[in-house]
Each structure stands twice: as structure tokens, then as C-alpha cells.
Unconditional design. Structure first.
Length: 111
């Protein structure tokens, strides 16, 4: 079984990093002002594209935050390292690659 304290420390650090990024990029996700007198058409299109990319990045960030929180919850519940579907142990190498995975390779592949 992997070192849970090291995994917990790593996950907590990554969670804090993601939350800081969320706060830092909040401005870029705000609605784009469509005042034609203040901003030209191409500038508005560019601003809309930047906003859309920032929103997509935030959705990915929110998904990763949810996975990390779920993994931390499994650690606290003493269920970390076990598949949430079948209950079998998740391969240590799989957890080493991504400690947030909730399922073993068999359940993840749908077989």
C-alpha cells in the first residue's frame, strides 16, 4: 500500500494550488462587455474567445478539485486504494500515476 501521508500531503498541496488558480483567474471568466463604442468588433471577439478558454479551463480545474476532494475523503474514511465499484485493491502503480483514481483497471475498463 502506498504512503498515505505523502499522498495526502501531495493532494492537499495540489488542491491549494488549484484553488489559488481559481481565485487568480476569476476576472478572465467574467462576462465580456459588449459596448461597441468602447471596444472594437475584433477586440470583443478576442475577449469572448479568451473568456471561453478561461471558462473551459475552470471546468477542468473544478473536476480535478472534485477528484482530489473525493480521494482525500477516501483517505479519511480508510477506503483509499480500494475500488469504489468492486472493492478490490487498486494497483499501486495505478495510484502512483494518479492517486485520485477511484476504480481498479478492470472496473474502469467496463469489463
Amino acid at each position: 500500500m502506498p504512503d498515505l501521508s505523502a499522498i495526502k500531503k501531495s493532494l492537499t498541496a495540489r488542491l491549494e494550488e488549484l484553488q489559488t488558480s481559481t481565485e487568480a483567474t476569476a476576472e478572465s471568466r467574467k462576462p465580456v462587455e459588449l459596448d461597441q463604442a468602447a471596444v472594437g468588433r475584433l477586440s470583443r471577439m478576442d475577449a469572448l474567445q479568451v473568456q471561453a478558454m478561461a471558462q473551459a479551463t475552470e471546468r477542468h480545474r473544478e473536476q480535478e478539485i472534485a477528484r482530489i476532494k473525493a480521494a482525500l475523503d477516501r483517505i479519511e474514511a480508510d477506503e483509499f486504494g480500494y475500488c469504489i465499484v468492486c472493492g478490490e485493491e487498486i494497483a499501486p502503480k495505478r495510484l502512483e500515476i494518479d492517486p485520485t483514481v477511484p476504480t481498479c483497471i478492470v472496473c474502469a475498463s467496463g469489463k
